[in-house]
Design a protein. Sequence first.
Length: 721
Amino acid sequence: MKILFFLITLWLVSVPLYADKSDSYGKDLYSIKLQLKWRHQFQFAGYYAALEKGFYEQAGLDVSIIEGGPDIFPVAEVYNKEAQYGVCGSELLLHRLRGYPLVLIANIFQHSPLVLMVVDKSGIYSPIDLRGKKILLHEDGSDAEISAMLMSEGVDPQSYGYYDGSVDTDMLLEGKIDALAVYITNEPYLLKSMGMDIRVINPLKYGIDFYGDCLFTTEEEINNYPLRVRAFRQASIKGWEYALNNIDEIALLIKEKYRSDADIDMLRYEGSAIRDSLIMNKEVELGHTNPGRWEEIGKTYRRLGMTASSSRMEGFFAWEYENNESPEKLPSKLLPYMGIGILSLLAGGTLFFHIKLKVYTKNKIHSLQNFFSLPSYMLLVIDYNGKIKNYNQSWALLMKRYFGSEHPENIRQVLTGEDVGKIEKFCHMNDPLQSLISLEVFFKNAESSVWINLDFHQAFDEKLIYGIARDITEEKARNERMGESVEIAMENARKKTDFIASMSHEIRTPMNAMVSITQMLIESGLSIEQKDIAEILMVSQHNLLQIINEIIDFSKLEAGKDEVILDSFSIKEQAKSIYQLFEVMARQKKLDFKLNLIRPLPNFIISDSQKIRQICINLISNAFKYTEKGEIIFSVGLTEAGILKISVQDTGIGISKDDIGRIFNFYSRIERKGTVRQSGTGLGLVISQKYARAMGGAVTVESQVSKGSVFTLTVPVHVIN
Ligand code: ADP
C-alpha cells in the first residue's frame, strides 16, 4: 500500500513537469537512426518497445528504426553514416579487428542464435557427419561461430562453400544443400510447425559460445556524443526489459505496426525463445559485456584466419571512451527528467532496492555479473597455472593502460619475480587455512604509475583463484606522508628531550657548587640561628638537585642512553657518602636517620656505581619526603649468593595496597587526603626500577598506611675481596 502511495505521489510530482515542457517537444530531440540486422521480427522487440513506450523520447532521442534485409549490412550502413547505431552479431568484432572504428555499446543476446539445420533423414547428427557435405555459409563472417565449430570438430573448411546473398530453406528441403545456418528462434520452429522433420546442430554444444545481437556505434559518435550514446543504450535496455515482460503486447505491435511476415504465434514463440535461451535476463544483467569472452571470440577469428594474428581489440568497448572530454550538452528536454530521476532516486532508493532484492530472492538467482561490473574493484579469475580465465572491465582498463593492447594472458606476466614465486606456491597449496594471499604490485608507464593491492582467494572446489584488486596509490602516499610526519614528530620530541637534558645538566653543575658551598658555610662556625637558616637553604637546594637529577635520568632513558656501565667501587664508602648527603635534611626534619652496614661487607664490588647511587638517593629522598616523625634506616648488605641488598625503611605515611600497584608507573603520584602535598615529578621510582632491571635486579616495596614503608633494592654484583 505504501509502495502504491509512493508511486502515485511520484507520478503526480512528475506529470506537471513533463506537461510544462510538452510545447517544446520535438525541436529539442536528437534525431538518430538505428539500422536493424534483418526484417522486422521479435529479434528487435526491445527497440520497438523503447520507441512505442516513449523511452527514447524521455531520453531526448527521436529514433528511426530502419529495417534490414538480405542486401543490407548494418556494419556498412553505420560505417558509411547512413545510420548512427546498428544491430549485428559477433562479427562486429571481426570488423573492428579488420580496422573499422566500430564500438560495442551493449550485448543484448548473451548467446548466438545461429545453428546449423539439417533434415532428419539426412543421417547428420554432429559436425563430424558434415565432412564432405554441402554447407553454404556467409562470406562476411556473420556465420563464424558455425565455421569455428566445424573447424574445431575437424571438418575441413575446403569441404564447404561460401555464398553471397540469400539461401532459403527450400534449398535444404530439396536436398540442394545438406545443412543451412539459421536462427534457432525462427526457421526450426517454422518448419516444425509445418510438419517437417528437421534437426539442429548447435555450436554451443561444441564449446563455441559467441555473442548474439549487439548494439553498436562508431568511434566518431561516441567521441562526440558520449551522453547521447549512454542515453540511447539505457533507453534501449529499458525497451528490452519492457518487451521481455510483455511479449504478447510487443508481438502484436510488431505484427500490426511493423507488418512482420511472421504470424503472431511465431512472434510469440520467438519472444519466449529469445528471452529464455538467448538474452537470459534473469541470470545476466541486460546489456552485460564480458571482455574475456570477447577475447576468446577474437582468438577464434584469428584461428580461422579471418583476421591478421596481430589485430587488436583496442577501442572496441564503449567504456574505453568513458573519460573522454566532450563539449556535448544534454538536450534541455532531458533536464526535467533528470530532476525527476534524482527525486526518484532520493525518495525511492530504498524502495527500489527492496523490490529488486525481492525479485532476485524470488528467482533464487543472483546476478554475479552485477558484482563483476563494480567499477572500483578490479576482479579476475585465474586457474592453477596462472592463466587469466575471466576479468571485469576495470581490470581490462588497468591492463590496457599499463600493458597496452597486449592483454596479459597469464598472471605471471603481471607480477615480478618474487611475487610470481609466491603465487605459484599459493596455487599449489591445498591448505584451507591458507586460502588468501595479498600482494602489492606496482605498474608504471610513460605517463603514470599505480600501486595495486591484489588479494587472491582460493576456490578449492573449482580449482580456481579469485583475485580482487584495488588501487592503493593514494593510500600508500598517505601512509608515507604519515610515516614522514611521525618521523618529524619523533625527531622534534628527541630534540626537546635532548634540550631538556642538556639544560638540566647545565643547571646541575652550579647547583652542585651551591650545595658544597652551603655545606662549607654550615661548617664555618655560624651562630645557631645562622646555621639553621643555612641548613634550610641546603635542604631546598637538595630537593631541587633531586628534581634535576630525575629529569636528566629520564631523558637518558628516553634516548635509550641508560646502558649499564660497570666499575669497581667500595660499597661501604659509597653508602657513607650518600648518608652524609642527607644528614642536614635529617636534622632539619628532626628525623632519626641511621646508616646500617650489615657485615661482612666486601671491600670492592663490580657493578654500575652511578646507577646504584642514584637509586639510593631516590629512595632516601622519598623516605624524607613522606616521613614527618620517627626514623629512617638506610641498610646495606650482601647475601651469600652475592646479591647486594639495600633497603630504606621509614616510619612515614605508608602506601595503601590499592596504590602500591601504581607507584612504579611514569608520572604516577598518589594524592592523600589530610597529608601535606609534597613536590615531585612522579619519575623517581620508575627510573629506579628501570635502572635496577637494567642491572638484572629489582626494587620492591612493603608498606602499611600510617606505619611506614620499606623499599628494597636487590642487585647481583661481582665481589672482589
Ligand atoms: P615523586 O616525585 O612523586 O616522589 P616517585 O616515583 O618517587 O615520585 O614516587 C611515586 C609515588 O610513590 C609518590 O608520589 C608517593 O605517593 C609514593 N611513595 C614513594 N616513596 C614513598 C614512601 N617512602 N612513603 C610513602 N609513599 C611513597
